[in-house]
Design a protein around this ligand. Sequence first.
Ligand code: NAD
Ligand code: ZN
Length: 355
Amino acid sequence: MKGFAMKKIGEVGWVEKDKPDIGAYDALVRPIALAPCTSDIHTVWEGAVGERTDMILGHEALGVVDEVGSEVKDFKPGDKVIVPAITPDWYSDAALRGFSSQTGGALGGWKFSNFKDGVFGEYFHVNVADWNLAHLPEGMPLEAAVMIPDMLTTGFMGAENSNIPLGGSVAVLGIGPVGLSAIAGAELQGAGRIFAVGTRPKCVEVAKAYGATDIVSYKDGNTADQIVEATGGEGVDSVVVAGGGPDILIDAINAARAGSVVSNINYFGTGDTLPIPREGWGVGMADINIATGLCPGGRVRMERLADIVKYGRMDPALMATHVFHGFDKVEEALMLMKDKPRDLIKPVVIVDENL
Ligand code: NAD
Ligand code: ZN
């Protein structure tokens, strides 16, 4: 089979590999829709998680089950599935403690395109299929459903972790697909006022569609100053960080008021340390907490997110600005994600509508 891979830091290309073997609880899946992630860009071009050799990329997929192990109960060949980006080892200490994305160490639930071949292959392996796959609801548009495995689960987690009070104010810093999903999450959680911090017109349009009430351009002046001024000198109840470099945490904390949670979902690809503003953080005593998280995977999470889409609570397809057809297009889609033209939110590859 072929796959599109990270050949080494800074280099991608097509590779030929054997089809993966599966164990008794696992599944072999073929992709029907795929999307590249900004995390793949950090991984390849910043070498952010270290060197990798010929590792197939991609962790956002819908698929069709090709084969299942003898102990798999709820899935069979031919079933269409949502494949979460994060596929934890559920029988583990971290999962039992409630942190399933961190099984086997920090970020250990993130296997695809981190330390295992990802979903940009003609076939890919899914561990513990009954717990790590969800059935794809019939008739759900693929461009919408393919946002569930990572964009929705990550962005919504950003909003959940930021503890937005009902009617409270939230600022989302960075409005690519992850931040836009956080805006939709904030809206679903009952935020009163939602600041979207970003500039690209297409992203701003979707931010408004997802519930943003105020648009702040970080190019028009200091982000935190603008938010603090707009809130009568107070700052916001919650902040979600979904873009920018290390200095974004300075904006985030300076925009937060006492009791706020700064919820980071950004992947910091470079640098050894991250700056925190000493005064803005009340010299360390401001009652401003910082939350972090890797997006939740697992079957129940996927089923719940699918219900949000199925019952029309938000439409993730608005983010699918560039839709490609055919497996070979994953290369073009990934390079588009790297180059980020101004009209891009998220590229999607429909591998085969008829599978
Ligand atoms: P993106 O690049 O499309 O969006 C980020 C946006 O932030 C861009 O539009 C950029 O212009 C903007 N930005 C840059 N500097 C800024 C500033 N100072 N203030 C405000 N905005 C600024 O990326 P994305 O695909 O939306 O992903 C966002 C981040 O989330 C990436 O780092 C990605 O790797 C990470 N991620 C994390 C998880 C997780 O589980 N925590 C999952 C998926 C992606
Ligand atoms: Zn991702």
